[in-house]
Design a protein around this ligand. Structure first.
Ligand SMILES: [Zn+2]
Ligand SMILES: [Zn+2]
Length: 373
């Protein structure tokens, strides 16, 4: 079938993207779904920093690709062998499919699935190959999702079924921002009630981590970001203290925080988070720094201060367990996802949305693939 989609042929275009337009809206061809795959009509797709990283070239992925990895939509067509989904079901996408059979999956850690990680790096579906082509040439998938598109072929292992009353703009954020942010606090840091916690970088993932910290009853909660409007939003979402990155957290809280969550994706910010981590504390790194950046810390401090640095991808989550819980928390009013949404716009404004994210003034923007002006 044919679908309008945002195609990235070359990374590292000049800013602003509203002029260079690295994401081009073109009509692609989608192959029929294979065994275990479905076609989803994408209703809402989030503009996440990992998409921007591929556009600006700080994260290398095979090109050309159809971008987008955070979305929600409706199942339109089933391939053979699909279990637990039917036409008309509402779904959210997960940007790391888990094979269910590798060592990591069998040990109960789908976020560490090596098969899904490999297919994502190759730009392929988890069962191999591409289902997207443009002008007769195969196009790469992005994280098995490629949702900046009116329709997408997705493996059933990249989808979580949702109740149909959740707005698509909310449901879209479940599969990346919330899973990654809340998961970092709960699954990676195992944050407990009364533990001090700091979050560096208040984008969609960082503010989701803040929501997770409030749910976990961390206290006090520090939120650090250079943008004043994001600090204000953090205060209204439950942060106890907010700081500009130029301020030293230890000036206010000399012991430092037991849990430090880095969501800015910068090695220097990770260093700040590590330095602010207290004795016996854990620094969780969530953001994706450019591959060339190195982290330099005191080797002695790891031992003498009994510190832990922990990487967190996909929030070390089990999406099939965590996302249904998000639904319950959202219904109970404890997951104020609406507050993270800065704007909604047509897919044709995707380059303008990337500019806004690069400018760091926005939290989460979503685009609607069926609105193309
Ligand atoms: Zn993301
Ligand atoms: Zn696996």
């Amino acid at each position: 079938m044919r679908s309008l989609a945002a195609l990235l042929c070359k990374s590292g275009a000049d800013l602003p993207y509203s002029i260079s337009r690295p994401l081009e809206i073109v009509e692609v061809d989608l192959a029929p779904p294979r065994i275990g795959e479905v076609i989803v009509k994408i209703e809402s797709a989030g503009i996440c920093h990992s998409d921007l990283s591929v556009v600006n070239g700080s994260r290398q992925r095979p090109l050309p690709l159809v971008a987008g990895h955070e979305s929600a939509g409706v199942v339109l067509e089933l391939g053979k062998g699909v279990k637990g989904l039917k036409v008309g079901d509402h779904v959210t996408t997960v940007f790391l499919p888990s094979c269910g059979a590798c060592n990591e999956c069998r040990l109960g850690s789908p976020a560490f699935c090596s098969v899904g990680a490999t297919s994502n790096t190759r730009g392929e579906m988890i069962s191999g190959g591409s289902r997207i082509s443009f002008d007769g040439t195969l196009v790469n998938h992005y994280n098995g999702v490629s949702c900046y598109s009116q329709y997408a072929v997705l493996d059933q292992r990249s989808l979580i079924k949702l109740p149909s009353d959740i707005p698509f703009d909310i449901a879209a954020l479940f599969g990346c921002a919330l899973l990654t942010g809340i998961g970092a606090v709960r699954n990676s840091a195992h944050t407990k009630q009364g533990q001090s916690l700091g979050i560096w970088g208040l984008g969609g993932v960082g503010l989701s981590a803040l929501i997770g910290a409030v749910i976990s009853q961390a206290s006090p909660i520090f939120a650090i970001d250079p943008v004043a409007s994001k600090r204000d939003l953090a205060l209204s979402l439950g942060a106890d203290f907010v700081l500009d990155p130029s301020e030293n957290l230890r000036d206010q809280f000399p012991d430092g925080v037991l849990v430090a969550i880095e969501c800015a994706g910068r090695a220097d910010t990770l260093k700040s988070a590590y330095d602010a981590t207290s004795r016996g504390g854990t620094t969780v790194t969530v953001g994706l720094p450019p591959a060339s950046e190195m982290l330099s810390i005191s080797a002695l401090s790891l031992v003498a201060d009994v510190k832990t640095i922990r990487g967190s991808y996909l929030g070390s989550a089990n999406p099939r367990v965590d996302i249904p819980e998000f639904v319950d928390l959202w219904r109970a009013g404890r997951l104020p996802v609406e507050r993270l949404l800065t704007s909604c716009g047509p897919m044709s404004d995707v380059n303008e949305a990337m500019d806004a994210l690069q400018g760091a003034q926005v939290v989460r923007q979503v685009i609607h693939p069926h609105q193309v002006s």
